[in-house]
Design a protein. Sequence first.
Length: 69
Amino acid sequence: MFLLAFGSSLLASSRPFGAIALILCVPVAGVGLSYGGLENSMGLGLLIIVGSIIAYGWSLCFKEHDPHR
């Protein structure tokens, strides 16, 4: 788990995919490891991923704005 987080943070400093790995993959792996069975952790991991995709899609419906205004 430490190596996954450390590798993701190094990758996030140089590539955009690293930020995705750091924000999504590390928490999903951490939550998945806290459950005993694969059926419980798989469902929760998919729920987190689907929720993130829905939030991203919803954010595309709004215009960008200048936060300093």
